[in-house]
Design a protein around this ligand. Structure first.
Ligand code: FAD
Length: 362
């Protein structure tokens, strides 16, 4: 195995969709598990902190950058097999997630079609159990292969062992920073029927490609993908260098899940029968976007060179500012939502490095 070379002083902003962050003192792209091992050993010898990086769409580096080794995952490979009425998609963690979705759709396999257009790499999708338009990746994950950063041994976790919940998993919580995800195995449905569980998606399909309702296979899945992409583009939720409002990490805050008692208290507090909500696993989910807007941070709100997207009130956008400016805005939103509604909004993206701005854990 060749030892990959380390680049020095690499601007991290160029490796993130929000385009924020100073330089990494050392940066490497790895294309094999052995290379990851070698890099981890080198980092340990030199006492460099290590940060794993995928597509950089859910991570914000500090303005000072990262004094250590950033390992960008470049593992490739995608393989699809069918057995009876099940399809198995094995994907290396460096594959572009949206290419994986497109690949599955071309095979006519359903299960991830609503996750079209989510930026980033396949290895990151288990980290926060990505979800959109009524689908979550945990519904299809069979297992996740990892390299343990401490023992350098490979392990495999079943779906259950990943501890998935809404935008969470063991990789983001209890075992944060402990594993490098190397491969994800998904179970799909060959000649599958698309999932249309989300009102907005249903309405869009009805207005654009009604003929595919109740259909199966590649054409139906392609139509769903087209609708999802259209809806996402409208909200600047597709990472697109031509769309300034997509210089974000997607949704900055998670939708809070309230107990029924907390929800009743919120209803009472806002005295608003129009308060939107959705049933959730363990209570009631309230759209964070609604809380953010009601707290006074409407679409297009600007604070210096950062702001709330004009197309989506949950996306904080970098219009040429700094990490500190963005985190200050996030804190102001969290503070105001807490003051007005007694709800603590949880952040979705990972913040790396010392920022000088207090950030709550996510
Ligand atoms: C415009 C836009 C729209 C978005 N829409 C959605 C959406 O609809 N739904 C949704 O859930 N998310 C959404 N996101 C967030 C983001 O795209 C996802 O969380 C994505 O899975 C992150 O992938 P990434 O490769 O960019 O991860 P990165 O940002 O590179 O990393 C995120 C975290 O995962 C860790 N990580 C990454 N790869 C690995 C690995 N191989 N092993 C171990 N740890 C790893 C990193 O260390 C870091 O802690 C959106 C983001 C943007 C910019």
């Amino acid at each position: 195995m060749t030892t990959p070379g380390f680049d020095r002083n690499v601007p991290l902003a160029e490796h993130t969709t929000i385009r924020l962050g100073g330089p990494a003192s050392h940066f490497v792209t790895v294309t094999s598990i052995d290379q990851i091992r070698t890099c981890l050993r080198r980092a340990a010898e030199n006492q460099w902190p290590v940060q794993i990086l995928g597509g950089g769409s859910n991570i914000i580096f500090s303005d000072d950058g990262f004094n250590g080794l950033v390992i960008r995952i470049g593992l490739s490979g995608i393989e699809y097999t069918e057995k009876g009425d099940e399809g198995f998609l094995r994907v290396a963690s460096g594959e572009n997630w949206d290419d994986v979705v497109r690949f599955a759709i071309q095979k006519g396999a359903s299960g991830i079609e609503c996750l079209s257009g989510i930026p980033g790499l396949a290895g990151a999708v288990p980290v926060q159990n990505v979800g959109a338009y009524g689908q979550e990746v945990r519904e299809t994950i069979i297992s996740v292969k990892v390299l343990d950063r401490t023992t350098l041994q490979e392990r495999e976790f079943s779906n259950e062992e990943c501890d998935f919940s809404y935008r969470q998993s063991r990789f983001k919580q209890n075992d944060r920073e402990r594993f490098v995800i190397t491969e994800v195995l998904l179970r799909l449905s060959p000649n599958g029927k698309p999932a249309i569980r989300y009102d907005e998606l249903q309405r869009h399909i009805e207005s654009t490609s009604k003929n595919i309702l109740n259909q199966r296979g590649p054409a139906a899945l392609t139509a769903i993908r087209a609708s999802v992409m259209a809806l996402r583009k409208r909200k600047s939720m597709v990472a697109d260098s031509a769309d300034l409002h997509s210089r974000s990490c997607g949704s900055f805050f998670m939708n809070p899940v309230l107990t029924r008692a907390e929800f009743r208290s919120l209803q009472h507090r806002v005295n608003n029968t129009d308060l939107p909500y959705f049933p959730a696993d363990k209570g009631v989910k309230v759209p964070a976007a609604w809380l953010v807007e009601q707290a006074g941070f409407h679409k297009g709100y600007r604070s210096g060179n950062v702001g709330v997207s004009v197309n989506h009130s949950l996306a904080l956008v970098n219009y040429g500012g700094t990490t500190n400016e963005l985190l200050a805005l996030a804190n102001a939103i969290q503070r105001e939502v807490h003051e007005q509604f007694n709800i603590s909004l949880q952040r979705e993206p990972v913040i790396v490095g010392s920022t000088g701005i207090p950030v709550s854990p996510n």
